[in-house]
Design a binder for this molecule. Sequence first.
Ligand code: NJP
Length: 256
Amino acid sequence: MNEQTDAPAAGAPRRPLAVVTGASAGIGEAIATRLADEGYRLILGARREDRLQEVAARLGAEARPLDVSDESSVASFCAGIDRLEVLVNNAGGARGLDPLAAARSDSWRWMWEVNVLGLMQMTRALLPALEASGHGHIVNLSSTAGSEVYEGGSGYSSAKHGVHAISKTLRLELAGLPIRVTEVSPGMVETDFSLNRFEGDAARAAGVYQGVTALTAADVADVVAFAVTRPAHVNLDEIVIRPLQQAAAHKVVRRS
Ligand code: NJP
C-alpha cells in the first residue's frame, strides 16, 4: 500500500481514509494515533507544520498544512481527496474567560472563525468525498460548553452551541445519504487547551486542572474510535464525556 495515495497493492482491499484537523497536538493527535491503530490511512492538518510533520512521520500519515479559518488553505488541503470515510473536525479552542462586558472582539472572532466557520468550510469541502465513499462519517469535536453555559464562557460556549446546532442540522440535511454525524462533547481534558485559552499563562492554565483527575486526550480518542468503528447503520448522535469530578461545566469537586 502506498500510504500517501488511494492505491492499494494489487489484490489488497482499500484501507479507509480519515482526515483529522488540528492533529498537531492534544485531542487531534490522540485521535490520529488511535485511528492509525484501527487501520485508517490518515491525512492530518494543522497550522504548525513542524509538529504536524512529527506526528505524521510517527504514524505513517500524510501531513498537509491547514488553517481551517482560511478558505484558500481549506481548498488546498482538500484538493484531490475524492473518497473519504471519516472527517474529524477537531481544530478549535477557546480564547479568554472574560465576562461579556469585557469581551475582546478579536478573541470572539478567533473562536467563531475556527470552531464554527472552520468546521463549516471543512465539511462543505469534503461532503462529496464522504458521500462517494459509500459510508462517510463526520465527527465534530464540540464541548459540554455546547449545551451548558458558565460565567466568562459566552464566546466559547456560543461557538460550541453553534457546533451543536450544525451537527443536528447536518443530520437532517444528510438523512438518506450514507453519512453519519457524531458530536463528541468533552468536559475538562488536560491538553494545551487552557494554555492557549489564557495565551501562554502557564500558572493560570495549571490552576484549571488543580486537584482534578482530568480526562486525557486518549480518553476522548477512545470514544471517537468506538463511534467510527460501529457498523455503518449505527449512528451515535451525541457523546458526552466528563471527568468523574466534573458534574457540570461549572461544577468541579477538587481534591484539597
Ligand atoms: O486543544 P489544543 P485540544 N486551523 O489547544 C489546532 C475541544 N475541547 O486538543 O494549528 C487548523 O491542545 C491546533 O494546531 P495548530 C476544543 O474546543 C477541548 O484540547 O498547529 N488547526 C491544535 O492541533 C477543540 O475543538 C477541551 O496550532 C487549528 C488543536 O487545534 C478540540 O477539543 C474541552 C487551528 C488544538 O489543540 C481539541 O482541543 C472541550 C486552525 N485555525 C472541548 N486553530 C479540553 N481540552 O478541555 C487551532 O470541551 N488548531
